[in-house]
Design a protein around this ligand. Sequence first.
Ligand SMILES: [Zn+2]
Length: 72
Amino acid sequence: MALKIRVLASHGPLRRGTVPPLVYRAEAYEEADRFRERMWGCAHDHESVEHAFNCGVEWLNDQSDETAVQMA
Ligand SMILES: [Zn+2]
């Protein structure tokens, strides 16, 4: 099973007089899944695509003991 990370953008909470900023969330899906159903999603409001993507990659690394061993 190969999981992939994607980043979704959405509008943050509305504030009076300002345009709501975009926030980004990481999601993981299975590469082989033709529907790309969400397997996991982070619960943060990241301010940039990079932050969200890194969050997803960290989660992905935590899922595999094999990866942890290789990185040690
Ligand atoms: Zn996150």
